[in-house]
Structure formats: C-alpha cells, structure tokens
Write a protein that binds this ligand. Sequence first.
Ligand SMILES: [Zn+2]
Length: 281
Amino acid sequence: MKKETKRWAWSFGILFIIILVFNFSSNIFSKENLDEESKDNFTNERIQVIEINDKFSNISEVHWTHMPITYKFENGCVERQISLTKLAFISISNETSFLIYFREVSESPDILIHCKSREWVKDASKITLGEASSNTSDYNKGLITNSEIIFYSGGMTCNTGYPALEVHEILHTFGLRDIGNLDKIMSGYSAESSAKCKIKFIDTETLSCLKYIYSNGTIQGNCSRVLFKVCDKGYVLGKDNKCHEECGKGYYCLDSTCCNNECFTCSSDSYLGEDCECHEY
Ligand SMILES: [Zn+2]
C-alpha cells in the first residue's frame, strides 16, 4: 500500500513538472509571436511625443516660445540697413518694456535677415521693400520656430526717422500680418513709403497685444484688433485667429472631424469611419 502511494506521488510529480515545462515554453513562444506581431503593426505608426518648452503657454495666439529672440544678418546687408534693423530691435524692446528682447548670434538664429537688391522682388507689380515669413512647429501650429526677413530697400527710412519698415517686418516674424488702417505699424503701405510714413511708434492696439502675449497673459491686453498671419500649408486661419487644419479649400471644422471635405460629428458611442459614416464601437 505504501509502495503504491509512492508510485502515484512520483507519477503526479513528473506529470506536474511536464505541465510546468510545457506551459513555460509555450509562454515564451506566444510572447515572441506577440512581439513579432506588434512590431509589424506599430513600427510605421509610432507617434513621437515632443514636449515643447513654451514660456508663454497661457497664450492661444501664435507666438514665439522664448526670449530673447536671436537674429543674424546674412552677408549682403549694407551698413545702413544693419543699423536701422538694430535700431528696430531696440525700439521694440523699449516699447514693450523689455518683455520682448533680442540678441545677435553667429549661428542658428531665430530670425535670419537677408538683404537683396530690388530685382529679386517676386511680384514686380508691388512696391515691396521687405518681406518676412515664419515657420511654426509641426507639433503645435501656434508656436513659431524660426523666421526669415528679406530687405530690398537698402535702408529707406520713414519720414519721422522711426525704423518703421524694419519694425514692421520684425513684427511679421511674430505672426502679425498686414492691416489696412493707415499710420499703424502693421499697415504695409505706411511702413513701406518713406514720404507718407507718419509712424513714430508701435500703435496702442498692437502694443497691447504684444504685451499681453509676452507677459504670458499677466499683463492685461487684447489681441482682437490685431491680425495674425496666414497659416502653414494645409491649414487655414480661423475666425479665432488660430490655424486650423483645412477641410476643403478655405474651410475648417469647428469641434468636428473632417472627412472627404465635409465636417462630421459622431455621438460619443461611435466613431467616424473612412466611409464618412458614424459606426458604433
Ligand atoms: Zn507687411
């Protein structure tokens, strides 16, 4: 009887070990399979999460993320243009009570400044003395990453002596765009005509907006009278002055999803399929 029990015990023990080994190895195999599968499924769609350090994170308007803003002159700018531009940087700093300030650097500037002769102007029908463009972050269209200014003027000055053209172009790199009103800094016509230019400083509305943005909202101000620049390709400027993903030429969706150039909203228990229909989860 004793012998019999021992034999049973041995058999059970061996069976137990066999099951254990089998389980363990099948686990390894299935894990390997899973890894293989997930590799296939996810390598192409990995989403990179980038943390952007934004000093002005309370602000929803387009803005630079840091101070000072650095700049560099490319070869080819005459001394007169360089000093007018430097005067413009100082004027902006003074007028914004140094909420905005600049620093010249020799490489990787935020603003790269070129000077070209008049024949380089793209649209010859327009009297263009300068132009500026900004790029925004791929991860957040509201954040300016770098800019470029081209001066064609060779240092033409406003009647008042204020570096109106230079301040105007620098403010373009802040995302501000032209307005129609005369005698304001963002009015292209005033800033670019020397004889009719009456500008002596940045107008109150523009200044109020700049101070609000670059104090991260701690200084009261408002940007409702200031227009912001057109957005990157594939994005349109909304009525809220923010860039939205385009849904059909010149349209965007507000709190809904674009599908085949139309905006759709599905209820919370469904999702929008590729066929532009809502499907239950
Ligand atoms: Zn302009």
